[in-house]
Design a protein around this ligand. Structure first.
Ligand code: PLP
Length: 435
């Protein structure tokens, strides 16, 4: 049998699936090379169908925070699977996971997650949070920020980050205008814009939704006190603040960005995904008992899911969270700093204008002279420098996110060996970016 190649697999995939993928960014469209088809992953490395190994800085877009196929997570999954793949009924494990999250999201004695509802994807978590905010306030309008990504539900695709930004789409076809009109999109990090939108529409706004620390237009940290001011303004108008921690939750610290923001903020609803499922489909939303109890079966806001709280996914999530201790966070921080600083130094050595943007251990580079603070300034960068940078890293055995609008995901398994492989590749990539 002829050994397969990435090119052959992509060709075959394109006949079977739109664009050959099940999520647009995987098509490598914006980096101009053939997507890699993976067959296995272990620790900080992934292996493609050609048998090539790469040090991975995608980490399954976040979930693989302990490294791929962490033994404790694999064992928990194996053990859970032997007892049944799913029951469509309640299990003790769901309660244990909810209790863990409720206790873990804590700052200065405040625990904003008093009740948790498990769903299967981050998209469902934010979609449900919005329905809940509308149910709680009896209002329809939602405020979101340009460049923030909250999944692919109809109302949240306008000027979204992540794959929508990569494809340079203003939104999506198929979203009815009356639905799009329920979302007011404003510039990020701009409190005047927030005050203005509330001055005009205050009585009709159900909620503001915000990425706790935006990571889907590259990293764009919130200005000092932005989240806290956002909560104050929303609350002054009787609206809720939905803080989307699907990406930052359990990654930037044990209590997510909620626990790390230099200025503590109040959150009415928080959404989680990625790390909470340890690599399997699991996400969640949480908030105060008063608000969460508006969900069915107690309240009038409907939400349900055949696979919600799936026992195998819950087992993976619990094992991941249990192993995310102080030592794991310290390893992630150390490796992130080493990689980020080396990449910045390599780019500087080649005279490539760039800014290193960080939010805790999350980081990315923007090819601009000044740190972008919103979607417009992000889009003004020299994005054309990223594809050659990306391809050179790939050629030298490092898999980066295939878009300039994504964060680099470091795991607790990025040991000295993995970090030095990245450091060796960087000068080649910086040279390619300079050309
Ligand atoms: N919210 C944020 C901040 C995200 O980064 C993402 C995904 O990248 C989502 C929501 C959607 O999550 P999912 O892809 O699991 O639907």
């Amino acid at each position: 049998m002829t050994p397969t190649t990435n090119a052959r697999e992509f060709e075959r995939a394109r006949h079977a699936m739109p664009g050959g993928v099940n999520s647009p960014v995987r098509a490598f469209g914006s980096v101009g090379t053939t997507p890699r088809f993976y067959v296995s992953a272990k620790g900080p490395r992934v292996t493609d169908v050609e048998g090539r190994e790469y040090v991975d800085l995608v980490g399954s877009w976040g979930p693989a925070i302990l490294g791929h196929a962490h033994p404790a997570v694999v064992e928990a999954v194996r053990e859970a699977a032997t007892h049944g793949l799913g029951f469509g009924a309640s299990t003790p494990g769901e309660t244990a996971l909810a209790e863990h999250v409720e206790a873990r999201i804590e700052r200065d004695g405040v625990r904003p997650v008093e009740k948790l509802r498990l769903v299967s994807t981050g998209t469902e978590a934010t979609m449900t949070a919005i329905r809940l905010a509308r149910g709680a306030t009896g209002r329809d309008l939602i405020v979101k920020f340009a460049g923030h990504y909250h999944g692919h539900s109809d109302g949240l695709l306008a000027e979204a980050g992540s794959g929508v930004a990569t494809l340079a789409m203003p939104g999506s076809a198929g979203v009815p205008a009356p639905i799009a009109a329920q979302t007011l999109v404003i510039a990020y990090n701009d409190l005047d814009a927030v005050r203005e939108v509330f001055a005009v529409h205050g009585a009709e706004i159900a909620a503001v939704i915000v990425e706790a620390a935006p990571a889907n237009m590259g990293i764009v940290p919130p200005r000092h006190g932005f989240n806290a001011a956002l909560a104050d303004i929303a609350h002054a108008h009787g609206a809720l603040l939905i803080v989307d921690e699907v990406l930052t939750g359990f990654r930037v610290g044990p209590a997510g960005w909620y626990g790390e923001d230099p200025v503590p903020f109040a959150a009415d609803l928080l959404t989680f995904g990625k790390v909470i499922g340890g690599g399997l489909p699991l996400a969640a939303l949480g908030g105060s008992t008063d608000i969460m109890n508006l969900l069915a079966p107690l309240g009038p806001v409907y939400q349900a899911g055949t696979l919600s709280g799936n026992p195998v996914a819950v087992a993976a999530g619990r094992a991941t969270l249990e192993n995310l201790d102080a030592a794991a966070y310290a390893r992630i921080e150390r490796a992130s700093t080493a990689i980020a600083d080396a990449a910045s130094a390599a780019l500087s050595a080649e005279g490539v204008t760039h800014v290193l943007q960080r939010a805790g251990s999350l980081f990315s580079f923007q090819f601009a002279a000044e740190a972008p603070h919103d979607y417009d300034t992000v889009k003004a960068q020299e994005a054309f420098r990223y594809p050659p940078f990306f391809r050179a890293m790939l050629e030298h055995g490092v898999s980066l996110p295939p878009s300039v609008f994504e964060a680099w995901f470091v795991s607790a398994s990025h040991d000295d060996g993995a970090v030095s492989q990245i450091l060796e590749a960087l000068p080649h990539a910086a040279r390619a970016a300079a050309a």
